[in-house]
Design a protein around this ligand. Sequence first.
Ligand code: NAD
Ligand code: MG
Length: 392
Amino acid sequence: MRSVTILGATGSVGASTVDLIKREKQRFRVEAVTADSKATELAQVARDVGARLAVVADPAAYTELKNALSGSGIEAAAGADALDEAAARPADWVMAAISGAVGLKPTMAAIERGATVALANKECLVCAGSLFMRRAAATGATVLPVDSEHNAIFQALGAGRREDVRRIILTASGGPFRTWTQAQIRSATIEQALRHPNWSMGPKISIDSATMMNKGLELIEAYHLFALKAGEIDILVHPQSVVHGLVEFRDGSVVAQLGAPDMRIPIAHCLAWPKRIDGPAPRLDLAQIRDLTFEAPDTVRFPALALARRALEAGGAAPTVLNAANEVAVGAFIAGRIGFPSIAALVEATLEAATVRGLLGEPAGIEAALAVDHIARSLARDLLSENAVKAS
Ligand code: NAD
Ligand code: MG
């Protein structure tokens, strides 16, 4: 019996995790589940999996949570500290699936007690990757990659020795605008950007797939997870999303992981690791798919990818600023304040402003990383209100 906690239990990754756990109730006991403010939804999840504790980050949602849990014997709590405490509770395995930089602190709380952390929240590694990996090594915490591409690399790395790896390749679907011209992309709407061809995901990451910033964030994520040099990580566009990641060894062998584009596959891998459990995802039928195609990424139509690589090479807090500016930009795009190409433009302008202000030194700890995140957000908001980036 493995005890588990799910941070971000009401989200897309959280719901897939809950789905797997409900199918294997005899193997898993749920300690805590958390959400932002959707108290009634969270209470239902907590009842479904028999959690001991349910936490909403928003204190205003406490009464609703308490009422929805009445008679269940499940403890209710609210607020940012309660979120960290949920992560610090003794569960063997923690799913870190809160979206955004708010996931840093609770995820670190799980790392600090040496838990096995299934890491979906890529912001932890993008904003403070060196720190997370250093603390994990110090506390004996195990970090298992949930992100499908990184999970694929993790599995493929098992085929050889670390020192024999020549490079890794992360695949990208190319998003909904893969075949669009630059002019078409310029006037892309929110609805069009949200329509991911292969994966069903939360709104933020769906927009990131459309700009390809998601792959940029994943590049930084891979750099930290697998202790690689930036030049050892390549991106390959693969529209079918069947081959998720490849590892090239020095003898020329390339080992890949394949699977249907269903997050329950990498999540199931992390849930059972180092064993395997039966997965409910559709099985791969290559004869039916027939064609797997690949193409080089286009950084002219998708400048976010080049921005992320530059931030990775600059190091220090540049990826932290990149991520913060991107969150503000995606929010502004979803709110209809800026056009699609302004997302990358705002990120670039924020990186420039942060460089001028000397903000790009390596953050010493989580608080320092969050402080940079905070300043970068306000820089991005200032640039937005000054109309420093064009509306379309
Ligand atoms: P989502 O938006 O569907 O869900 C986010 C979860 O976090 C929800 O449970 C929400 O309640 C919680 N949350 C949001 N803001 C919060 C706050 N301020 N305080 C506390 N909790 C908060 O997101 P998702 O698509 O499930 O993605 C989660 C993370 O996993 C992201 O970092 C994303 O990049 C990563 N990821 C997702 C996928 C995917 O297929 N969805 C794939 C790879 C990686
Ligand atoms: Mg991914």
